[in-house]
Design a protein around this ligand. Structure first.
Ligand code: SF4
Length: 559
């Protein structure tokens, strides 16, 4: 038997480290049980942690599609459950426990999850694949699961142009929210000529700049955007915490494909566990010759460094992120020029987010056709969502694009039909979709047509108790706080919109205020410099579109 205890932030915060220790101690006292125990990655049902997976049979190879012969998932385990768990496994070879009511193991049996439930059954895992088998802190564990095979295959058997073609044919689109075709972005950077980094005042004086930032010759960069900041979103955090090598492997393949030799992982400092594991992973990969010079015995060099974001939401915007890495204030600049041609220190720079890069190795291993067969015509593959709010099963899921919101909320999330009012997708840039529209397929185009966006994958489910004017106010407060202040429409406009929302919320607004609110929202969309301001009005406009009555009922001159 193998016992995997979740060591991602969610389960750690409710005591999984203590559970792991207790199981290890118990197993040490019973060597005849022949147990292999390790800390592993997130198993999705984050609200019911600590989660423990027990598997029997050989560990399946990555992307083999195979599962262990038998697998049981236990939820809400405590250190006190360890003796019953180990005793049970000692007795059993592979069958599930048959426990008499009132026996010492009866509480354990009650904590067993039904893996045939829609929450587990409906998932298709590409990015989250094998999280339950991989110890995030050991490269050996990732290698045993087939890790870095795709990178070595690329370096020894494929030309960069063939890799870009594979990614293009897969139909992978950027998972950070924009949905830009990944192959096209890679191809633009590959075609751009490498430049010597500009010796700008800011880069030379940057506290973060290292000798490696300033090479003698021309250079291109690959950046992993891990500045996840949407309220309610924790997909990227989990991927970084649970499979840091998968992201590094994706970065290295991307770098080889576009001709880059240096990369940055731009991670929020508020993710200390992710940062710690990434640091470990980089050292481990360098020691194994999978990062650094002459990777895998080839002529390809790729070095990766971590840069910490200081908590500014706007630094998730590409040009602000570049400024931040260069040691300047994290503010966006007008585009074009786009980072693909004129990025970090003026060099062509490929920027992809965590989930995008975590798809790459699987596409190389299984092929573009396999990936393109998942999802819909225009939105291929899967999407990871962080489910939060008024449903029973909150946590992390990965589903094929095209699945309906109803299936996610009511079947997988076990939300009560009739009690759910709306789902908010896309964070402060997204919108609220009412329950009547839950038949909609989840893909880039369908969500946009409803005035929301896919965003990076946060999904907040709201019940009938949610006041939609308050919901809009919450997200606008966030945007006011996070506006960098560079352009007037956003700096002044978001504050004015918030003041109007507060006035209406207090029951002091008039019909004229409501009209002005709408006018300002459109102005924000049309005149703001970057995506933050351009999309800040989306939560207001979508709640106005679907829940206008709630605004009108609060007006003093409501007739
Ligand atoms: Fe800054 Fe907002 Fe203007 Fe973007 S839209 S540049 S966040 S002030």
């Amino acid at each position: 038997h193998r016992i995997g205890v979740c060591t991602a932030s969610g389960c750690l915060s409710c005591g999984s480290r203590e559970v792991l220790k207790a199981i290890e101690q118990e197993a040490a006292a019973r060597p005849e049980a022949n147990l292999r125990i390790e800390g592993v990655g997130c198993m999705g049902l984050c609200s019911r942690g600590p989660l423990v997976m027990v598997q029997s049979g050989p560990v399946p190879a990555e992307n083999s599609g195979a599962g262990a012969e038998t697998a049981f998932l236990f939820k809400e385990l405590t250190p006190a459950d360890a003796p019953a768990l180990v005793a049970y496994l000692e007795q059993q070879k592979s069958d599930p426990p048959t426990v008499a009511a009132g026996s010492t193991a009866s509480s354990l049996a009650a904590k067993r999850c039904d893996l045939s439930a829609p929450f587990f059954r409906r998932q298709v895992k590409v990015v989250l694949e094998q999280f339950e088998n991989i110890d995030p802190e050991r490269i050996e564990s990732y290698l045993a699961a087939g890790g870095y095979r795709a990178l070595l295959d690329c370096l020894h058997h494929r030309r960069p142009v063939e890799i870009i073609d594979e990614i293009t044919r897969s139909g992978l689109r950027g998972r950070g929210g924009g949905g830009y075709p990944v192959g096209l972005k890679w191809s633009t950077v590959a075609k751009a000529g490498a430049f010597v980094p500009q010796a700008g005042r800011s880069s030379r004086q940057s506290a973060g700049a290292t000798a490696a930032d300033r090479p003698d010759g021309p250079r291109k960069y690959v950046i992993c955007n891990a500045d996840e900041g949407d309220p309610g979103a924790f997909m990227d955090r989990s991927v970084l915490e649970c499979a840091p090598h998968r992201v590094l492997e994706g970065m290295a393949i991307a770098a080889y494909a576009v001709g880059a030799d240096f990369g940055y992982l731009y991670v929020r400092a508020e993710y200390p566990l992710a940062v710690e594991r990434l640091r470990k992973a980089i050292v481990q990969a360098e020691k194994r010759g999978l990062l650094g010079r002459n990777i895998g015995g080839s002529a390809f060099n790729f070095q990766v460094e971590i840069r910490l974001g200081a908590g500014a939401f706007v630094c998730g915007e590409e040009t602000a992120l570049l400024a931040s890495i260069e040691g300047r204030r994290g503010q966006p600049r007008p585009r074009p020029p786009y980072p693909a041609e004129h990025g970090l220190w003026g060099c062509p720079t490929l920027i992809n987010n965590v989930e995008t890069l975590a798809n790459v190795a699987a596409i190389i291993n299984r092929g573009a056709d396999w990936f393109a067969a998942l999802g819909t015509e225009k939105s291929k593959g899967t999407k990871v969502f962080a489910l939060a709010g008024k449903i029973k099963n909150t946590g992390l899921i990965e589903v094929p694009m095209g699945i309906s919101i109803h299936e996610i909320v009511h079947e997988m999330g076990s939300g009560e039909v009739g009690g759910i009012k709306a789902v908010q997708t896309g964070g402060p840039s997204g919108g609220c979709i009412p329950a009547e529209h839950f038949h909609l397929p989840v893909d880039y185009e369908s969500l946009q047509a409803e005035g929301s966006i896919m965003g990076s994958g946060g999904m907040i489910i709201m019940d009938e108790g949610a006041a939609m004017v308050d919901v809009a106010r919450f997200f606008m407060e966030f945007c006011v706080e996070e506006s960098c202040g560079k352009c007037a429409p956003c700096r002044v406009g978001t504050t004015q919109v918030l003041l109007l929302l507060e006035k209406i919320g207090r029951g002091e607004g008039t019909a004229a205020d409501l009209g002005q609110l709408e006018e300002l929202c459109h102005l924000l969309q049309q005149t703001s410099l970057c995506g933050l301001g351009q999309s800040a009005a989306n939560p207001v406009l979508s709640t106005l579109r679907f829940f206008r009555r709630e605004y009108e009922q609060l007006l003093v001159d409501n007739t």
